[in-house]
Write a protein that binds this ligand. Sequence first.
Ligand code: RB5
Length: 150
Amino acid sequence: MAEHIPIGSDHAGFEMKEHLSKVLTTLGYEVEDLGTHSAESTDYADFAHPVAREVSSGDARRGILLCGTGLGMSYAANRWPRVRAAVAWTPEVAKLSREHNDANILVIPARCLSDEEGVRIMETWLNTPFDGGRHERRIAKIERADEGDA
Ligand code: RB5
């Protein structure tokens, strides 16, 4: 069964979202486009939360977000339990965000990259498994922020 991937952006990521959605469909993923649906000015959190909600609840294993810098989307998405939203600006960062951090949301800084760079980052991220091992322990500590030094 095709993996279902929710994707969202604000106006700054709109054009690249359209491009990446087409690429995802071509690659065989089932894309759920949660907006925005035009280049009209919007607020990034309105699109970060619906994507993060799906990943947090387990309705989707992974999701993709885009805004100008990637920062606003990551701040909003990372407020959700079990969400690890990683801003990736190179394929190497995307790879490490999967191998070391088991990132379950990829955040792309659309104003800083070409469409081709965005595609390379997305493909690398989608195709890289989590390394596990010592990184399991480190990720578990993220969830224990209220325990001081864990
Ligand atoms: C929108 O102008 C821009 O602020 C937004 O896309 C994002 O970069 C915020 O973090």
